[in-house]
Design a protein around this ligand. Structure first.
Ligand code: NCD
Length: 311
């Protein structure tokens, strides 16, 4: 394993190589005991994390907060820009510079693609992208990979179906990019034709050895995959709500469809109706374990970035 993590900021999973990913996953498994046994360490004692969440978040924000607290640190921040001076007309750059004066790293979620990158260019503390519009969600991808490794035991030789809103879903964009770093991967892209994976991501896949296939029907792939990665239709990114209503409920995974299959079901959550609740009490359900894995993985990210980049 590499000894020093190269990246100062986590903006896009495309900045990672395989060793960078393995470094974070290995750190996360070392921290899992603290996360699971509800302990608090002192690794980031005296450090403060800044959370700038311009878009709603439950899991991502709470797991970053939990991760920081478990490492002995603290956090400050806001959850909607209405409660910050941005609502008075302050520029994002000024808000970020002000935060930089208070904390040791910044986590940013924003509805516009590229905002985290922009902020990383104006501040000196590490910046973590917690989702930028329909762009990237790299820390979600790290915890997705951690979950696959933990549940299936490998990140090579896998067949994965990405299902749902592949057009606007940032989690599937980042995950597709990350999978290109592993060997013998087949990705099934399962979506209605209106919500197909953007050309830009297909272009990235075309440059690699990853095999992929676009399909509209889950039944075609369900017997062949190790992972069903289900996503919600991203209602908030539709310009016309009627377009959303036409597609809503396009794919629903239920217990009956899964019977006898050798696979796991993942979902970045929140779930609307894509996975019937009758799957929750089956062995296929790994989505809540996946959400819990956010804590050790985000602990690994915070510990690595803050320790490597002292103020
Ligand atoms: C995802 C997101 O925000 O992109 N949620 C999350 O971070 N776990 C998925 C979603 O909102 O559908």
């Amino acid at each position: 394993m590499i000894k020093i993590f190269r990246l100062k900021n986590i903006i896009s999973i495309k900045d990672f190589n395989r060793e960078d990913i393995e470094y974070i996953l290995e750190e996360a498994s070392k921290l899992e005991d603290i996360a699971q046994s509800r302990k608090i360490s002192e690794e980031l004692k005296g450090k403060i994390l800044g959370l700038m969440f311009f878009e709603p978040s439950t899991r991502t924000k709470m797991s970053f907060e939990t991760a920081m607290k478990r490492l002995g640190g603290q956090e400050i921040g806001f959850e909607n820009s209405g409660s910050s001076s941005v609502s008075k007309g302050e520029s994002i750059a000024d808000t970020a510079k002000m935060f930089e004066g208070y904390c040791d790293a910044l986590v940013i979620r924003h509805e516009l693609e590229g905002v985290s990158k922009f902020i990383s260019d104006v501040v000196n503390v590490p910046v973590i992208n917690a989702g930028d519009g329909a762009g990237q969600h790299p820390t979600q991808t790290l915890l997705d990979l951690y979950t696959i490794k933990k549940e299936i035991g490998k990140l090579d030789d896998l067949k994965i179906a990405l299902i749902g809103d592949l057009k606007y879903g940032r989690t599937v964009h980042s995950l597709s990019n990350a999978l290109t770093l592993f060997n013998n991967i087949k990705i099934y892209l399962v979506s209605p034709k209106e919500l197909k994976m953007p050309q830009e991501i297909l272009h990235d896949l075309n440059k690699t050895n990853v095999e992929y296939e676009e399909v509209e029907n889950i039944e075609k792939v369900i017997d062949d995959v190790d992972v069903l990665y289900v996503t919600r239709i991203q209602k908030e990114r539709f310009i016309d709500v009627d377009d959303y209503l036409k597609i809503k409920g396009a794919y629903i995974i239920n217990k009956k469809m899964l019977e006898g299959k050798d696979l796991i079901v993942m979902h970045p959550l929140p779930r609307i109706d894509e996975i019937d609740t009758n799957v929750d009490n089956t062995k296929y359900n790994k989505y809540f374990a996946q959400a819990a894995n956010a804590v050790p993985v985000r602990m690994a990210i915070l510990k690595t970035l803050i320790k490597n980049n002292p103020k």
